[in-house]
Design a protein around this ligand. Structure first.
Ligand code: BDP
Length: 605
């Protein structure tokens, strides 16, 4: 179990939250000498940088953008005197890929993994009613013992360079919000809920964990703030008469008010937003509240100009507006869990999320996209380091599910993206990851992973772990592109026929399909990279999707153009976006809108 609470910071009668976002001091540590030089007590120089943001795209020096190694942040924080006697925590939304946190020179936390939150308990080290110095040492090197996987090499110049086994830029830093919070000594630590529908009523079973023994009460409020159910005890069932269900693009949220009581006194209060809905897989159907849904939407990235992977509230808003405009109902958080605010927005807007752990690059290749269909084998799960990687992976699964389990928008867990599944060694690894997810999720949501093109029905040893089979397929792009698209279609149908013949009785979805397209290029007749070709590619793929009843969803790659490592296969980034990186539509967006708006929610059921 995690030794810190994953609950999102909220102010209530008993809790205080102060944002630490803004300008922080910043310094690169090329020689990794910071700790010896006592930077934990204060970092050198006067350079300032915004938080949250990736550090890379602010600067004009290529050496900074491509920097691999340690880098440091520093900020002074005032801790109010009236907080003495409370539990004081520093909470980082994420530090990519690993961090050590110091307060007033003392180490207070260490965390591995760049896309999930962690807390430092600073109760004993802070000075009250005074300023305190927070220093964070972050490191962005890629390894094969942590996810996402890659290498870090040393160039002849002596500089280190990251070589990702994945296709997105290795943005890093304090990319999400930092908070200073004060909790009562006895506090709510974790909340779990499970929904059951009974006619027009619903039962919400809950479990609350606290840090003490005082009794717990729970109230459920509707959107008008009216109490609709209540219960006592750390475990119980809230009986909701005439429950308003959380539905696709028609969300309804209840507030669950959890209190720790000492007689009439409230020791702690926490409010958790929940939606009442069920999700399950039955035969080849994905059911929400017992009704079939067909997924239409995107694989996305947290990626935008200037701030890179930094959480950007404006970009988030624009992305949801575009997804509504185009008639999408879902997205996958490829290839890492996103900022918590994005799930909150999806909860409100009624979008379905496939929540993905950062397990990408589990196939040894600097151009995974190019080698994905070559049949290449890299013995990825047979390395000496595999057990270490597995531990990091399991830990990320635990952090993700603990963080995201109460979001009604989260309807499935994606536990890996494009791993190497063709060797027997993958099987025990997969088993541990899939079992752990099942054990940790109180709602037992469907689990999946995205299959690379090498993972064909005859060669993949792991597809049976998935409750929903998710395919990443690029017929007509990496395979038989352009004028040869008719061959691509033949090969595509051949593969789908082979899946069909297996009779798996499971839903299939496409978690990736797409063609790189320059927003500036038109060509009649089409050539690859032109907007005309993107439309032809889409048409062929849609025809294949429509030919198989067991295909229950399509999430095109990608929502928007995004930054990658430079190279001959990428034109300043991956250009498979339906929208440009500036969030303007390419021509294909209008075609998708037409299709998605005309598909019924329960298409093919
Ligand atoms: C797949 C990856 C994705 C890439 C995409 C592509 O899952 O991250 O960006 O293909 O090549 O290999 O565009």
């Amino acid at each position: 179990m995690l030794n810190y609470s994953m609950l999102y910071p909220r102010e209530t009668v008993s809790r205080r939250v102060v944002s630490m976002d803004g300008m922080w001091k910043f310094c690169l540590d090329e020689k990794s000498a910071g700790e010896n030089e006592k930077w934990q007590e204060g970092i050198p120089g006067k350079e300032m940088i915004p938080v949250p943001a990736s550090f890379q795209d602010f600067y004009t020096e290529k050496d900074i953008r491509e920097y691999a190694g340690d880098f440091w942040y520093e900020k002074d924080m005032f801790v109010p005197g009236e907080w003495s006697g409370k539990q004081v925590l520093l909470r980082f939304g994420a530090a990519t890929h690993r961090a050590v946190v110091f307060v007033n020179g003392t180490k207070v936390a260490e965390h591995e993994g760049g896309f999930l939150p962690f807390c430092a308990d600073v109760t004993e080290v802070v000075r009250y009613n005074a300023y305190n110095k927070v220093v964070v040492k972050v490191n962005n090197e890629l390894t094969v013992t942590n996810i996402p996987c890659g290498q870090t090499v040393t160039l002849p110049t002596g500089k280190k360079m990251c070589k990702p086994y994945f296709d997105f830029f290795n943005y890093s830093g304090l990319q999400r919000s930092v908070w200073l919070t004060a909790l009562p000594k006895e506090s709510v630590f974790d909340i779990e809920t499970v929904n059951e529908l009974c006619g027009s009523d619903a039962k919400v079973s809950y479990t609350v964990k606290t840090t003490g023994d005082h009794p717990v009460t729970v109230e459920l409020l509707d959107e008008e703030g009216q109490k609709v159910a209540s219960c006592e005890g750390k475990e119980g069932v809230l009986e909701v008469k005439n429950a308003r269900l959380w539905k696709v693009r028609d969300a309804y949220l209840y507030q669950m008010v959890v209190r720790i009581m000492d007689e009439d006194e409230i020791l702690d209060e926490y409010t958790q937003e929940i939606g009442i809905r069920t999700v399950e897989v039955k035969g080849t159907s994905i059911l929400l509240n017992g009704e079939p849904v067909y997924l239409r939407g995107f694989g996305k990235h947290e990626d935008s100009d200037i701030v890179g992977r930094g959480f950007n509230i404006g970009v988030m808003k624009r992305d949801f507006e575009l997804m509504k405009w185009i008639g999408a109902n879902s997205f996958r958080t490829s290839h890492y869990p996103y900022s918590e605010e994005i799930y909150q927005m999806a909860d409100r807007e009624g979008f379905l999320i496939i929540d993905e752990v950062p397990a990408v690059g589990l196939f040894e290749s600097l151009m995974n996209f190019m080698e994905a269909s070559t049949g290449k084998a890299t013995a990825f799960f047979e390395k000496e380091t595999t057990p270490v990687l597995l531990q990091a992976h399991l830990r990320a699964v635990e952090e993700m599910i603990t963080r995201d389990k109460n979001h009604p928008s989260v309807v499935a867990w994606s536990l890996l993206n494009e791993p190497e599944t063709t060797s027997d060694a993958a099987v025990p690894y997969f088993k541990e990851v899939f079992d752990r997810a099942r054990e940790l999720d109180p709602q037992k949501r469907p689990r999946t992973f995205a299959l690379v093109m090498n993972s064909t029905p005859d060669k993949c040893k792991c597809y049976n772990f998935s409750d929903i089979i998710a395919l990443n397929r690029y017929f007509g792009w990496y395979v038989s592109g352009g004028y040869d698209i008719s061959t691509a279609e033949v090969l595509f149908r051949k593969e789908m026929d082979a899946w069909k013949a297996l009779n798996l009785n499971k839903p299939f979805i496409f978690t990736e399909y797409g063609a790189d397209t320059l927003g500036s290029e038109h060509k009649l007749p089409s050539v690859m990279w032109s907007q005309e070709y993107q439309a032809e590619y889409l048409k062929m793929n849609n025809e294949v999707f429509d030919s198989y009843d067991f295909i229950k969803g399509e999430q095109i790659w990608n929502f928007a153009d995004f930054q990658t490592t430079e190279g001959i296969m990428r034109v300043n980034g991956n250009k498979k976006g339906v929208f440009t990186r500036q969030r303007q539509p390419k021509d294909i967006a209008y075609k998708l809108k037409e299709r998605w708006e005309s598909l019924p929610l329960g298409y093919k059921n």
